[in-house]
Design a protein around this ligand. Structure first.
Ligand code: SF4
Length: 232
């Protein structure tokens, strides 16, 4: 059973983390799309998706080093109640659980964006947003689909987001849904593409697939508004 560490324990931890960027924006996708949020992007991801738009976050030694206390000051200054911990792959970061604990101690609501490739540690996360990777990510199935991690996240009532473009992608989603017994009401489909035009072209088909299967549609607001820009 997870227990909230005391403030003294967190302070005495004197933890350092490697952070790619911290910025305030709106949540761009998923069930809380549109929510004012501060994003904490942690360094490090070993998944290696071909179309990844945050390759600068892959190296665990990249970005900048900060302390947990400094990071909490940055989050406080950003002034949003909702914090999105993202990456990289945040579950690969050694300070993930203490970071979530510190954010909760600050009184923040915590969402986590993960590829679902690691079993999550005990941590008081309010909302898990799991973006399982399909074959079009160009990553070996043994790397992108880890049954023990997916099943644990499913049991934590995670939301499962899939970026899709073709009927073959939809068929893959259906296969994964059956394989891991993912509830339809917890699945979201989002159109593939890093440009507004691509999103707009694909959206009608993706909405139809959601209607047919009982999935949710999610826009990708950050792309519609800003395109492939960093830190927005
Ligand atoms: S899991 Fe996320 S951060 Fe890692 S390579 Fe894939 S898209 Fe990029």
């Amino acid at each position: 059973m997870w227990a909230m560490p005391t403030a003294a324990a967190l302070r005495s931890n004197d933890l350092t983390l490697r952070v790619s960027e911290v910025f305030a924006s709106i949540q761009g996708e998923g069930v809380t799309a549109g929510t004012p949020s501060v994003f904490v992007r942690l360094q490090g991801c070993a998944v290696g998706c071909a179309w990844c738009d945050t390759k600068y976050s892959w190296s665990p030694t990249g970005g900048r080093e900060t302390t947990l206390a400094s990071l909490m000051a940055e989050v406080t200054a950003a002034g949003c109640d909702n914090v999105v911990v993202t990456g990289g792959e945040p579950l690969e970061h050694p300070a993930f659980a203490p970071l979530v604990a510190a954010l909760k101690q600050l009184g923040r609501r915590v969402e986590v964006e993960t590829a679902g490739t690691r079993v999550p540690p005990e941590a008081p996360v309010d909302q898990w947003n799991v973006s399982l990777k399909l074959a079009h990510a160009g990553v070996a199935e043994s790397t992108r689909l880890r049954p023990e991690a997916i099943e644990r996240l499913r049991d934590l009532d995670a939301w499962f987001k899939f970026v899709v473009a073709t009927p073959a992608d939809l068929a893959e989603v259906m296969e994964l849904q059956a394989r891991y017994r993912l509830p339809s009401e917890r699945i979201l489909l989002m159109p593939l593409g890093m440009r507004r035009q691509e999103q707009e072209t694909l959206t009608p088909a993706v909405v139809d697939w959601c209607r047919e299967r009982g999935f949710r549609f999610s826009p990708r607001l950050h792309i519609l508004i800003w395109g492939p820009r960093r830190g927005v």
